[in-house]
Every structure is written in C-alpha cells, then in structure tokens.
Design a protein around this ligand. Structure first.
Ligand code: SF4
Ligand code: SF4
Length: 167
C-alpha cells in the first residue's frame, strides 16, 4: 500500500536481547534527553505570574458595546448568531418601550444575549457580521473555571460599563 506521508515508523518486533531486557541503555538514553533539556531555554512560562505579550491581532473575550450616551448598541438582529460557525450565540429580542430610549439605541434590543465560550473558537466572525458595532472581541483572556456554567456569558458579563455611570 502506498503511504500518504513518510512519517510512519516500522515497529521492531524482534525479541529483546539480554542488554535490552536490562533497560539500562534505554534509561541512560532517557536521562540524557532529560539532562539536555536542563540547559535549553524553557518553552513554557510560569503563567499566571509571567505573561507573554499577545499578538496585536489576538482575539479574546467578547464585549457588548454601548454608544457614547451609554445606550446598548445591539438591536438583536441575529446576524452575529447566523455568522457564528460554532453556534455559540443565542439571543432573545424585545421591543423598546416608551421611556427606554436612554437604555437602548434601537427600537429592538436583546433582552437576552448569551455566548457559550466553550463552543466559541474566537474566529471573530460575529464582530465582522455586526452592523451596529455592538459586539467585538477584546484582548482579555477568558477566565478559567472548573464549572461549565461559568462559560455561558450573558449580558451582565459582556456589556461594557455605562460611560455615564463612571463619572
Ligand atoms: S468568535 Fe466566532 S465562534 Fe466565537 S462567538 Fe464569535 S463567531 Fe462564534
Ligand atoms: S451583536 Fe450586532 S449582529 Fe449580533 S444581534 Fe446585536 S446588533 Fe445584531
């Protein structure tokens, strides 16, 4: 049969001789490899004490944007969810009521907006699909957790602080 690559290795199935059964040579070889790595530059870092600089195009945690008046930009059009190849985004739309103009920029808004970070592949398609500049990927790394439910981000986790409340 023709091989697809030249990476396949033939397994040596001959019975081991006396020296091979002692494993001394194999142990010495293993120790030599370990010893060589002592003097090499470490490939790993002691995260989180040390942090590597991110690439300028790094995509991290999502953020839901507000306009300069603090109103939510998202109009629950669903384009981000449609563009998402991982089906990580879900939302529920609601109609803006009279008196809520200071909360939502458009007549329709996302009453519920969720991103499942365990599904997300950080491709950035949602950001590109959004016509309202409402969702973008920040440079913040998604925090680790032992609980799956902690990776379902809702509006409370995603919305940026209201600039009007920061004064
Ligand atoms: S970054 Fe990609 S995978 Fe993640 S929510 Fe946006 S579109 Fe979906
Ligand atoms: S984030 Fe943007 S694309 Fe997604 S529903 Fe809101 S307005 Fe539409």
């Amino acid at each position: 049969m023709e091989l697809l690559t030249n990476k396949a290795k033939q397994v040596d199935r001959r019975p081991m001789n006396f020296w091979e059964r002692l494993y001394l040579i194999s142990i010495a070889k293993g120790m030599w490899i370990t010893l060589k790595h002592f003097f090499k530059k470490k490939a790993t870092i002691s995260y989180p004490e040390e942090k590597r600089p991110f690439s300028p195009v790094f995509r991290g945690m999502h953020v839901l944007n507000r306009d300069e008046e603090g109103r939510e930009n998202c109009t629950a059009c669903g384009l981000c969810a449609l563009a998402c190849p991982a089906e990580a985004i879900t939302m529920e739309a609601a109609e803006r009521l009279p008196g809520e103009e200071h909360l939502y920029r458009e007549e329709k808004y996302a009453a519920k907006y969720e991103i499942n970070m365990l599904r997300c592949i950080f491709c950035g398609f949602c950001e590109e699909a959004c016509p309202k500049d409402a969702v973008y990927l920040s440079q913040t790394v998604t925090p680790a957790s032992y609980q799956r439910k902690d990776f379902i981000y809702n509006k409370k986790d995603l919305l940026i602080p209201n600039p009007k409340n920061s004064n």
